[in-house]
Design a protein around this ligand. Sequence first.
Ligand code: F6R
Length: 607
Amino acid sequence: MCGIVGIIDQKPVAKNIVSALKCLEYRGYDSAGIATLDKGHLECIRATGKLINLEKKLKKYSLPGTIGIGHTRWATHGEPSEQNAHPHTTEKVAVVHNGIIENFKELREMLNKKGYTTTTQTDTEVIAKLLTLYLDNNLSMKEALETTLKSLQGAFALAIISPMDLDKIYFARKGSPLVIGIGENSNYIASDAIALASYTHQVIYPEEGDWGYITQKNYQIFNKDNKVTKHPIHTLNLSTQTASKGAYRHFMEKEIFEQSTVLNETLSSYLTPEKNELSLPKFIFDKNKLNRLTIIACGTSYYAACIAKYWIEKYAKIPVEVDIASEFRYRQPALGSAENHACLFISQSGETIDTLEALRYVKAKGLPTISIVNVTHSSISRETDSMWPTFAGPEIGVASTKAFSCQLMTLACFTLGLAKTKINQKEFSDLLESLKSISMWLEKMPNLRQECLTAARTLAKATDVLYLGRGTNFPMALEGALKLKEISYIHAEAYAAGEMKHGPIALIDALTPIVALAPNDNLIEKTISNLQEASARGGKIISLGDAESLKKLETISIHTIEIPTVPTFIQPFILTLPMQLLAYETALLKGTDVDQPRNLAKSVTVE
Ligand code: F6R
């Protein structure tokens, strides 16, 4: 969470820092700030709320400096006030920080005793004060940073400027993402390369514990042992267009409708050039010996994992456990051996700290690790033994849409790779063909938008909504409820439809709409019985199904949303679209901030 940027150029940098921060606003948006150095003067402007407020302030007070740092915040310590906003400054430094300094209380006590009084509720302020303490003790800026880093526990990506060292931006990273951008007569740092797409495509990814500085024409990186280190320069294929909404009203809307394209791209990357055979990364375990797979993820990625459990157990016959990363890493899970047990980590951002730490836990136990990530240079992708990319492209809307469906596509290919020798050739070919047909089906739902809007009018009036489904439709229901909660702020819960009678049925009343994920499958009759039980108790049912299942549900549904009849294996891909649109249209009716919903941030780099 939080986005940081640093730019050194020949010309004033404030405007470009704001533009870069705009691309990072998905990481947090409760306050923002910029500090620049101009002829030895440190100047800082901060504002609460979104970047637009900072921009308004910058129109009144210009910052002419050619060296600057900026920050967009997702509050961890202290309310989102101007005082707690970054950069945190003293006369000698300005600091922006992404992460959490876990020992900030001890440091604050020590600093206060020495007369370096802190005035904010943040953990970051101690970094500015520590640096100042060491600068006051006549250390150089480089020495002050080296010494400060030794005292910091927790996670951080830092950018620092100082009037004591006029031509540099210092940086450090441990546990939070950071990228260095190499320009022609300018250099950059940022939390995510996407923020630099307008300025450079040449980037370096510092490793854990690295620190150093950039100047206008150069840079220097030190490793955690303070030795000079070098890393390769990557040329990224980042389009500045990815950060634009085009003709769409919201990034989320654009990303929902991009799905048929990016699903095709993701599938194509796992097919031979002729597109008739799977062409997968090599499995890093012996498929014949593997008898246990644990999939670990958070949020939407976790729900993608839950769907994959159904697929892998059914087709590849390998027992699968799915774990929430924040639970897995602290419950001392009993693991198998490196020969029979592998762990798969799913993360759009590749930086989610809970997932990353769970990965490190598993690696320390010596098990093979695989990741499915959208950001291919992310920490999770770099630290796993094998990485299976998704090709969703940058996802800016905070609520995940296209990244989720591309995770499903990669998981479907992973499943087929495991299942190849376990199912007959005909079944295998049918499954593969069905994956190839997804994009075509997604384009064939002409009434979908209108049907979702009509149903959304009912949802927008509700304070609670239930989502029900069986089989893979159960984790799909969980994901549907999460989407609705996140962007419309309506309380939504999902249950396995068959579980209702064991308690949740007590929740049913005429005011609580029920979204039923009910396409025709081998469980449809049982799902219909569960929905009838709900309807008999006054439940108002919104049915998502195909022509055949909707016919059966007609009498008990207040709205129907029709999807095409497709093989069960690919139903989750097709249901994704109405589920996301239902949440989107509801949020529009409620007038919420769809792309940047309250309290959320996209890349969750705190525990
Ligand atoms: C919800 C959403 C989150 C993320 C979760 C994990 O729409 O996006 O629930 O799925 O924070 O993030 P990643 O996939 O980046 O590890």
